[in-house]
Design a protein around this ligand. Structure first.
Ligand SMILES: Nc1ncnc2c1ncn2[C@@H]1O[C@H](COP(=O)(O)OP(=O)(O)OP(=O)(O)O)[C@@H](O)[C@H]1O
Ligand SMILES: [Mg+2]
Length: 228
């Protein structure tokens, strides 16, 4: 599938793999929410692939407001029935997958963003349970022919790992890691395809930018960041 993020398809060997669960991970402020939203927005607007955004974090009003600065009018897509938000109230976590499934059916969605999957971790006893919860989620999404991005975080100061709980990358089909690191006095953005199930992919770390049109990946250049 076309990601709608310039340069990203190139480092993914042609596009986002269909019907997969793709983990988007990185430290805070790297642009995970923007990347995921760009994937949804461009799908619904340009490729007739309707979208569902399940947010455990920011309310939809705030997300929509942020999107306006990139020229993405989500209200209009919502009115046309091409885009739906689920702002999840985390009291009845056991219902969340049912709500997701019925919303996907309602809008006929083929693209899904879950921001972030870490919220599920708060409601499980251990990593095994989280793992089976994400696995269950991926089974539902596959059944519905959806391609989903799920967001997790790299938390500084903990033992080095690429997701909050250290299980998300194993249950996901593919993984994209986003970095925002300082070299001397300048912060640099870079991303890397960590794994891509069933396909080869760029092995390099690529610089990316967030501009007023959203995210742009420089697939022709290589980034150098310490510690990666
Ligand atoms: N219009 C813009 N132009 C350039 N950069 C922007 C613009 N809007 C946001 N940004 C950058 O994007 C970052 C936020 O992106 P986003 O919310 O997607 O991050 P995130 O990885 O989801 O963070 P978190 O883990 O906290 O949810 C900001 O810190 C800022 O650097
Ligand atoms: Mg975010």
């Amino acid at each position: 599938m076309k990601s709608g993020v310039p340069g990203l398809d190139e480092i993914l060997n042609g596009g986002v793999p269909k019907n997969q669960l793709i983990l988007i991970t990185g430290t805070s402020g790297t642009g995970k929410t923007i990347l995921g939203t760009q994937f949804l927005y461009s799908g619904a607007k340009d490729f007739n692939e309707n979208s569902v955004f399940l947010s455990f974090e920011e309310p939809s009003d705030l997300i929509k407001e942020n999107c306006k600065q990139f020229g993405w009018n989500i209200d209009s897509l919502e009115k046309q029935g091409k885009f739906a938000f689920i702002r999840y109230d985390p009291y009845r976590i056991e219902d969340v997958f049912d709500i997701l499934e019925s919303t996907i059916r309602e809008v006929g969605a083929s693209r899904v963003l879950i921001d972030s999957i870490s919220a599920l971790g708060l409601y499980v006893r251990d990593k095994t349970e989280l793992r089976s919860m994400i696995y269950n989620l991926s089974r539902i999404l596959r059944k519905l022919n959806c391609t989903a991005m799920i967001v997790s975080e790299i938390v500084h100061g903990t033992e080095p790992r690429i997701s909050r709980y250290g299980v998300e990358e194993f249950v996901s089909d593919s993984v994209i890691v986003m970095y925002y690191e300082r070299i001397d006095s300048v912060f640099n953005r870079a991303m890397q395809v960590w794994k891509l199930r069933g396909s080869s992919h760029s092995q390099k770390l690529h610089p990316y930018n967030i501009s007023k049109k959203g995210i742009f990946v420089d697939h022709l250049s290589e980034a150098f960041i310490k510690g990666t």
